[in-house]
Ligand binder design. Structure first.
Ligand code: ZN
Length: 127
């Protein structure tokens, strides 16, 4: 681990750089500013239900997901919550993104429930 300010080599556990005195940020909070894409895809089903349902990422609505389309959002590395809101309650899928990822795709499908769409997660694909 090196100081982000002056490049001095740091010892694990140091909270300040011994060379320039900058605060050492732990690797967990170090943010390179890299963004990663979360792609939410609803698989098209011939006999499936076509009712769109809203998708939220970290509590923010990214759109309505209808059959065979994808929604995407750029996020920073770290963990994010992808939520599908449907009649049976919310379905939540947590994704953990690191610097080595380019994107994550959450593949879901919906079938007809009693009142509206029932959503299920098929696969989470990290790239
Ligand atoms: Zn330093």
């Amino acid at each position: 681990m090196f100081c982000t300010n002056c490049g001095n080599k740091l010892n694990t556990g140091d909270s300040f750089c011994t060379e320039c005195g900058s605060k050492v940020s732990s690797s967990k909070s170090t943010n390179s500013g890299k963004t990663v894409k979360i792609i939410v895809t609803r698989k098209k089903r011939a006999m499936g239900c076509a009712i769109p349902f809203p998708v939220y990422i970290d509590g923010e609505k990214i759109g309505q997901l209808t059959n065979g389309i994808s929604l995407e959002k750029e996020v920073t590395v770290g963990s994010h919550a992808v939520e599908f809101v449907c009649a049976d309650g919310n379905i939540r899928q947590d994704v953990e993104l690191t610097e080595s990822h380019e994107s994550v795709e959450v593949l879901c499908t919906a079938r007809m429930g009693l009142i509206a769409a029932r959503v299920s997660i098929l696969e989470v694909i990290y790239k």
